[in-house]
Design a protein around this ligand. Structure first.
Ligand code: FES
Ligand code: FE2
Length: 401
């Protein structure tokens, strides 16, 4: 059998080695101190507006996955930020992002969530645009009057495809520097070959809460054996390996062991097989993308601010890591996805909604992240810096364990 994720073998073994060490010591990675987050960070309207601009208009976002836009002409709508973005693969195979707005009178060119076509023809007066966004035809041009068609292409947004993800900044003309944005994490991301994945399903997760409170649910495993005791009791309690990356340390990945990892303890590393089957790997791509990666599947959760500070929008997508999975494999993945969905919706998002009501009541001054929840501290330090709140005085590296 072919070894899975051969290019990340070394990184996977490093994670396994560190997890075994932590398990033997009965501990986890920690930061230096408890982090306090004022309740207002989740309630403040002005901060909310700043987040929508700084984090969702001026920061690179994963707007699609390569697996969602396989063929030339395939497209996906990305509207969760309030900007209707048309992500398209052109005839040359490049990913492009355009504002989904006709240059005549602004109508949406399409309302289909995804699809495949050679041109986008406006439903209003049939102006049509090619896959590079150029205005290809303007019906009754002689009657319409004198306009320079060359200047009336779709509004284009900076867009670049990397490691199976399509990034865009939702500000025309912005500079997107993915080399620095993803620095330190690219080898690992490349090694997963996310571009080979196949989309199996999508679903939304619902709760009434600020988007950051929902995002917090994904950043620690301290709650697994309590909130998810029925489902995740096979995980090792309070044990996780943490690594941050990116030019500002804004992204990270975590590894969470299953009890079965112990089976490797007395096996020489040269004989380790299917190492990754003994732990979960969770990536966070700042500011809003969570990817849970397993040998056979990838699940993606993307969290967005809703219409108000008290509303969020979570889009979940589930992929097979095979390029062409059989119907049987797809069904197995769908079943697994249904379990994850149920746990997240009925447990994590239920708790989140209740906690948000409590924050809204104004009775709580703050919430706390423990030393054993480093990724939460990192997340909120990065978000604070992203919105221009004074950053934490020191970068909080893992210092204990
Ligand atoms: S608004 Fe699109 S053709 Fe008129
Ligand atoms: Fe959870």
């Amino acid at each position: 059998m072919m070894m899975k994720d051969i290019e990340n073998r070394e990184a996977i073994n490093d994670m396994a080695r560190e997890l075994l060490r932590l398990m033997a010591a009965g501990t986890t990675h920690m930061v230096d101190d408890v982090r306090r987050v004022p309740a207002g960070d989740y309630l403040d309207e002005e901060r909310f507006r700043t987040e929508r601009t700084k984090l969702f208009r001026e920061t690179p976002l994963v707007v699609a996955f390569t697996a969602e836009l396989r063929e030339p002409g395939s497209f996906k709508l990305h509207e969760e930020t309030g900007v209707s973005v048309l992500v398209v693969r052109n005839e040359q195979g490049q990913a492009k992002a355009f504002v989904n707005a006709c240059r005549h009178r602004g109508a949406k060119l399409t309302e289909e969530p995804c699809g495949k076509q050679k041109r986008f023809t406006c439903p209003y007066h049939a102006w049509s645009f090619d896959l590079n966004g150029a205005l290809a035809s303007l019906p009754a041009n002689n009657l319409f009057g004198d306009v320079d068609k060359a200047t009336l292409g779709l509004v284009e947004l900076p867009c670049e495809e990397r490691h199976g993800m399509i990034f865009a900044v939702l500000t025309p003309g912005a500079v997107m520097d993915l080399d620095s944005f993803l620095s330190g994490g690219e080898d690992l991301l490349r090694g997963w070959h996310l571009e080979r994945n196949t989309l199996v399903g999508r679903r939304d997760l619902e709760t009434r809460a600020n988007w950051k409170l929902a995002l917090d649910s994904y950043c620690e495993n301290y709650h697994f054996h309590v909130l998810h005791s029925a489902d995740f009791s096979y995980k090792v309690k309070n044990c996780a390996h943490h690594v941050r990356f990116g030019d500002k340390g804004q992204h990270w990945y975590l590894a969470w062991p299953s009890k079965s990892l112990e089976e490797l303890r007395n096996v020489p590393e040269s004989e380790w097989q299917d190492v990754h089957s003994h732990f979960s790997i969770l990536h966070f791509i700042y500011p809003n993308t969570i990817m849970a990666l397993y040998p056979e599947t990838l699940s993606v959760k993307q969290l967005y601010p809703g219409a108000s500070v008290a509303e969020q929008n979570t889009k979940m997508a589930f992929f097979s890591r095979e390029a062409d999975p059989s119907e049987e494999v797809k069904q197995l993945i769908q079943n697994r996805f249904d379990v994850f969905y149920k746990v997240l919706q009925q447990e994590d998002y239920w708790v989140c909604g209740g906690a948000y009501k409590n924050l809204e009541s104004g009775m709580l001054p703050e919430i706390l992240f423990g030393r054993n929840e480093p990724a939460l501290t990192w997340l909120h330090d990065a978000l604070d810096e992203g919105v221009g709140v004074k950053p934490a005085e020191k970068v909080r590296e893992i210092i204990a364990a």
